[in-house]
Design a protein around this ligand. Sequence first.
Ligand code: GLN
Length: 446
Amino acid sequence: QLYLDRISKTKHLNAFLEVFEKEALEKAQALDTRVQKGEQLGMLGGVVVGIKDVICYKGHKISAASRMLEDFTSLYSATAVERLLAEDAIIIGNLNCDEFAMGSTNENSAHGPVLNALDTSRVPGGSSGGSAVAVQADLCMVSLGSDTGGSVRQPADFCGIVGLKPTYGRISRYGLIAYASSFDQIGIFGRNVADVAKVLQTIAGPDEYDSTVSTEKVPDYQSLNNKSWKIAYLKDALMHPGLDAEMKEGYSLFLEELETAGNTVSAADFAYLDYVVPAYYVLTTAEASSNLSRFDGVKYGHRTPLKNLDLVDFYKKSRSEGFGMEVKRRILLGTFVLSAGYYDAYYTKAQQVRRLVVDKLSEILSQYDAIIMPTVPSTAFKIGEKTNDPIAMYLADIYTVLANLGGVPAISVPLSRHSNGMPYGVQIITKQFSEANLLSIAEHVM
Ligand code: GLN
């Protein structure tokens, strides 16, 4: 009830698309009855969770914040959702985001933008903006988002909270609406590392419904390791001209503090930073153009009301009406880079860049426990600031897409506050399936 009251008082933030009021209260009462009877609840007993509008919950609406899926109801629940429920979590509602998880500001939602609760003239980040604000404004305890190129870490950074993107294949993608399948991963928002670790413990692990999920055993994420760490920072990241000068100072200071606290901190070379954003946008738009071809107005999605069209015009109309601007841009771009004559110049090239990035990352991470770098080059943008300049918006993903290209786990934790009043975070990256170390280091630096 406390959370429901807060949600109804903060409607202007536009974080929730739907609140499952009746169901959440009934669940809370049922849990209470079980406690009265002396029953032991599951690991997330009574924990209030919000989920991004790209994660299926059976019998509940899901739209991917798109007109394309207006009035679509999930036919089954995502594995992550099943596991939350099995451990007695209370799912309180679904959360606004950029359409099909494409964006960095939550301004690409068919349901309107989400506002940053710390400064409502600013964006919360994206694409999981609603999931970030729901935790930031205390409208739920933890939330799920999805992170294809930073959509959990970047809004966590902009909102001053913790955001984790696990290793690719750590959490099942069954029931997650696909954007770019070889990058997508469900991620977790929380106000502290322990909460995030607990949710990861619950939802990670093998799943027969997702052939890309790893069979790697899920270790204990909750007993955090308190030792000194061998840390690398990327010179190219810290020296990048796009990085805000005041934040750069903040990071340098932070690295010094880490060293004083007994950790080893050294510079590592990573020469490919300027190539990661182009490679990311070539590969993800290619995958998106293929994934989104299923929304044809016949099997799925918005169907044009216009009559007497031939099949091709029917597809064109339905898709033109259903998809928003950014989604269309990406479908076109992705179709272009996959087309005969351009495939080798763009798609193959980007795959080669991805290979170089993977190899370089694993080389660095074989010598160090973690890489530390900024999460985003600036604090939260003003609403509307970047809407007319998609390239500038894409370039701001420079620090986050790295972990998705490499499939490695990464977390953003709050670091400091800028003189403009907004928070900013620091990003930690470790090697694949070393979330236990990642969370320990995050706790250590927080
Ligand atoms: N900002 C990135 C993009 O627009 C990240 C999206 C995501 O992680 N879903 O693609």
